[in-house]
Design a protein around this ligand. Structure first.
Ligand code: PLP
Length: 394
């Protein structure tokens, strides 16, 4: 007999993965160039050249035992110091290496934070539209997910709905800005209002409501859009970051949790994050890649391609009559489905070899997600299919 929850997670593929696997099978039949796959958020631009240079240098310079050996459980101290110095410089803060816990990407970082903060019976609030894995991570931490319904005009926050969800059981709130899948960035005004509400509720409930800022897309912000630094606005913020998107390294599994010293009971919270890393088997993020991250933490891949793709798709789809909210970052577009049943619309697109993900998978029905981290020719090839669907449904 196996664990029922784990069995269910292992057996049920996400809608995104289903579409992606379908696309691979279909490509084998009709040819890759005839399948317009916009399902998966895999970066389409190469890492910056410094990534390869650094790996070569590290491999040639360092003693292999030291390079490939275990580091300290939370990450190599020199690596953490280097990343902390970068954060201090970039965000005008005082970050120390001992406040960072290196992990296998943002996914592991989120799991560590949630397991560290939640007790049985607790609740964690998320905002639709949301990264579907949040539900898995929160349940595994023994808590219940409460979804704040989407504000679908500007994809900011519906504060009345949020206030109704906050309760003495709320252990944490997760924000993700720039957002997967809406591409929206929370404005400073939105985040200040959120901070004020959480401060008020923390006082009223007699427990801090921690804010987990899941920000793997921080660097992918368009036209100078400001992505506010949350620890400056709300004291009890934990930052979860990864280089999966900014350096195009999703397969290398590297990121961190930052527990600023200002956080309530920060030493305890940090120790619990480390304890969660231990309990979940995440200690010692990949050793070579830790060193790579330290050397390249001030760099990004050439992210301009995403902004160009966003502009092209937004303009073309709007001209066809689609309702497309303005993307401010990430590599996702989240247009309104021309028919209320987004799954039916996704199936109609799939029948024409256009793979786009129904918004219901992100707790936001009535929309579809287009992951435009793809070669330009795929976008250009897909436009006639989008047009045919617009003519049929709009
Ligand atoms: N959070 C969000 C919103 C994401 O979109 C993703 C991945 O796509 C993750 C977390 C996990 O990222 P990582 O590859 O760093 O584990």
């Amino acid at each position: 007999m196996v664990n029922r929850d784990m069995l269910a997670y292992g057996q049920a593929r996400s809608v995104i993965r289903e579409l992606f696997e379908y696309g691979r099978q279909r490509a084998a039949v009709v040819g890759e160039e005839h399948v317009y796959d916009f399902s998966l958020g895999n970066p389409s631009v190469a890492p910056p050249p410094e990534v390869e240079e650094t790996i070569r240098r590290l491999v040639s310079e360092r003693d292999p035992c030291a390079l490939h050996g275990y580091t300290s459980a939370p990450g190599d101290p020199a690596v953490r110091e280097r990343i902390a110095a970068s954060l201090s410089r970039r965000f005008g803060t005082v970050c120390k290496g001992e406040e960072l816990y290196l992990t296998c990407g943002a996914a592991a970082g989120l799991c560590c934070c949630l397991c560290a903060l939640c007790q049985p019976g607790d609740e964690v609030i998320t905002f639709a539209p949301l990264f579907p894995e949040y539900g898995v991570f929160i349940r595994t931490a023994g808590a219940a997910m409460k979804v704040c319904p989407a504000e679908t005009e500007a994809f900011q926050i519906d504060f009345a709905a949020l206030e109704a969800l906050l309760s003495p059981k709320t252990a944490a709130v997760i924000v993700n800005s720039p957002n997967n899948p809406s591409g929206a960035v929370y404005s400073e005004a939105t985040l200040k209002r959120l901070a004020a509400l959480l401060e008020e509720k923390s006082r009223a409930f007699g427990r801090p409501v921690y804010l987990i800022s899941d920000e793997p897309y921080r660097e992918i912000a368009f036209a100078g859009t400001d992505v506010p630094w949350l620890p400056r606005l709300y004291r009890d913020t934990l930052v979860v970051y990864s280089w999966s998107k900014s350096l195009s390294l999703p397969g290398e599994r590297i990121g961190y949790v930052y527990v600023p010293a200002q956080v309530t009971e920060s030493a305890q919270v940090y120790a619990a994050v480390a304890g969660a890393g231990r309990a979940l088997g995440y200690v010692c993020a990949p050793s070579l890649i830790q060193r790579l991250a330290a050397a390249c933490c001030d760099l990004t891949a050439d992210l301009t391609v995403y902004e160009e793709n966003a502009r092209l798709l937004t303009r073309e789809l709007r001209e066809m009559g689609y309702h497309v909210p303005r993307p401010q970052g990430t590599f996702y577009l989240f247009p309104r489905s021309p028919i209320p049943d987004d799954a039916a619309f996704s199936r109609a697109a799939q029948a024409l070899d256009l793979l786009i993900v129904p918004g219901s998978g992100f707790h936001c029905p009535g929309h579809v997600r287009i992951a435009f981290c793809v070669p330009r020719r795929r976008i250009e090839g897909a436009l006639p299919v989008f047009r045919a669907l617009a003519q049929r449904y709009l």
